[in-house]
Design a protein around this ligand. Sequence first.
Ligand code: BGC
Length: 672
Amino acid sequence: MAHNPQWEMPLTHLTNGGAGYVQGIERLGIPPLIISDAAYGVRDSGANGRYATAMPSNLGAASAWDSETACEYGEVIGRELRAQGFNMTLGGGINLTREPRNGRTFEYAGEDPLLAGTVVGNLMRCEQAQHVVGDIKHYVMNDQETGRFVVNAIISKPAMQESDLLAFHIAIGIANPGAVMCSYNRINDDFGCQNPYTLTDVLKTDWGFNGFVISDWAATHSTAKASAAGLDQEQPMADYFGPKLKEAVQAGEVPLSQIDDHARRVLYAEFLSGVVDDPPQKSVVDAGKGLEVAQRVEEKSIVLLKNNQAALPIDPSKVHSIAIIGGHADVGMISGGGSAQVDPPGGNAIMLPGKGATHWQDHIWFPTSPLKALRAKLPSTNIDFNSGADSRTAVNLAKSSDLAIVFAYQWLAEDMDLPSLSLPNNQDALIEQVAAANPRTIVVLESGTAVTMPWIDKVAGVVEVWYAGSAGHKALANILAGDVNPSGKLAITFPKSDKDLPRPVIPALPPEDQGLATGNSATHISSYTVRYDEGPEVGYKWYEAHHKQPLFAFGFGLSYTSYAYSGLGVDSAARTVSFTVKNTGQRAGTEIAQVYAKLPKGAGESYKRLAGWKRVTLAPGESQTVSVAIDPRVIQTFNEANNSWRLVPGEYSVFVGASSDNTPLTGNLQVR
Ligand code: BGC
């Protein structure tokens, strides 16, 4: 949350500058919880005179489709939390991208439950292994920021189980986090932090979660009801779980057994994560290690979306001059805001006139200049910069250069949604003009979510770098120059237009709910509702079911080489598929080969589901036969009447290929 003066906690001097603090019991050797936000790095280091690595945005890292990459990402954050004296993280965002205009999309891992669950699960597993209490958030259906304190998310139980809940279940299963953060919004009428269905029936009973449920900041709305529903810890104040909880126990409204359970769960998390046996010791953050990992992760996260006539990689024997235009690319690269914000070394690289200390909703650039990185990479090429502020001079520079690279950005943050997916600040017009002047125009996108591209047919190439983190400029230079072959694939669909989304416009917030600083009123129940009638058809499933062609499909991403798929075999008994991937081009590369399955006709589903994938690294001309297990959790259906999962018997279609809309291999899987 923002530093809300209303929330000046009584023990703030002990918090180490973090978002939350829970007193320990020294006499019993129970350590305090010293809690910091840490979505893509440790938050707020600047205010404490400290340094933290910014990893690429979480959505970026999801584009690597890689458990090991996610693990390294989590390790860096875990280590840096401890070095800064924290023993609990508030990272682990996994809300599915149902609403790509959601201002927090960059903090999450995309639109598919298996991919998001695997990435966030491994990230948090390895973060917690550094001996910090892990967290997965925001549980659940917190899929847009508009009206986040009050919105009532309406969705059927089967749909929620097969989409958003499934993502949490998979992640929690892998990470076994100490904590799960319940969300601000309501879910089918009950607030996230007093919802007996999601907290007790699903999380604690069906999934057997033994850690504690921590409220989002001021997301607690009641005492007895929240305690009974499964909330274990209120943050950051003690409005409902302080004196009022004691009174409720004394009045017999809250049984002591509930208090014992809440306390036991916090203790379980502390012992599980190792913060009791191995408390953090402040030390100097290993900046070099962080930068190395951040660069490697970004190199796997960058998605090459278009590359006509091999415009990339840049060949210095042919390209003697490059125009770099826009996006403050002379100075740095933009980052995601809100409580996820990591502070850049030296402060905001774009010093706005009259701006001193940063605010959690400022546009913050890291001092990671792509211009400098590219000049260092291509010393014999003449590389000039134009800010794009005056399109006439930008066009002139583009005209006189062999190659033009326009840097475009789209900024996101918590507590806001985008009005649309189109680029802000007339950047579309700048791209159009530059592309008209030089057909060899590449667009580099620094974005937190999908972007619409009215100019797509006019440019030679598009490179999606997300929010690229502390070493993003170096990773990008390696990709542009061809030292690294791009391998990332989209974890979200890029639609052609907002009109193609399940909700072309995010429903407006009623005037009485606008400007609410927090949501934890016990009495205010808003009429603001979002109906997720698309149910489990999130992302690519929606586009397929509704015959809408996206701009770039889920799973899509190009490389500087090419791959061919052949020889599909399906082993129905073992529920595995095998196939051969061949590198048919001239460069070594890594292909993310994807397996999808479609339920038998009787199930009435008109979309396929991601069922598994494999990263395959191949030298030029090399082939490899790989086998991928179909994850049974993602092809089951949920039956509300008996609260159970079922693998529908019959013939499943299996699709294998390079993306959700390009699956050259098809076969059948029999389930008895
Ligand atoms: C955000 C959480 C964050 C918390 C503490 C809330 O506003 O939704 O993601 O962890 O603040 O800063």
